[in-house]
Design a protein around this ligand. Structure first.
Ligand SMILES: [Zn+2]
Length: 150
């Protein structure tokens, strides 16, 4: 194998082998070479550990991405359900068809005092109601025009 293609760990082993072949002694230069090789050896081990940790993190990121994708798909399903045209039309028709266990209520905001309250369909058809807070007489033009068309 070409030296350039070796991993850091493999290169370190190779360099250590070369150093042993030199038969290093106790001279200052030999000590320096030994110290450098020790240092390179330590760094190679550290880098290998970090690489392993990094690979583990990449695996975790892959898993998280899969989970996010799954949640994303679920949300898309929920959105489809909420905005499904048929479902939407059924909601619009509520005030025409009536519903036994559902009392039609309409939210009103008093233009005089800003109080928010709800009135039932009957009150709405009557065309007027007194604000429960400031007693202002509120009138509404109840017409059948459907404004939900976009
Ligand atoms: Zn009011």
């Amino acid at each position: 194998m070409d030296f350039e293609e070796k991993t850091i760990t493999e290169k370190t082993s190779f360099v250590k082998g070369l150093a042993e072949g030199l038969g290093l002694g106790d001279s200052a230069q030999d000590k320096l070479i030994k110290a450098l090789i020790d240092l390179v050896d330590d760094m190679a081990v550290e880098i290998a550990d970090l690489q392993e940790e990094l690979d583990g993190l990449y695996d975790e990121i892959d898993e998280l991405e899969e989970q996010v994708d799954a949640v994303d798909e679920d949300l898309a399903d929920v959105e489809d359900f909420i905005w499904d045209d048929e479902e939407f039309d059924e909601w619009d028709d509520d005030d025409e068809e009536g519903d036994d266990d559902y009392e039609d209520c309409f939210d009103i905001t008093c233009p005089s005092c800003g109080e928010e309250f709800s009135v039932d369909e009957e009150t709405l058809i009557d065309g007027s109601v007194n604000c429960p807070k400031c007693n202002e007489l509120l009138t509404f033009d109840f017409d059948e025009d459907d404004e939900s068309e976009e």
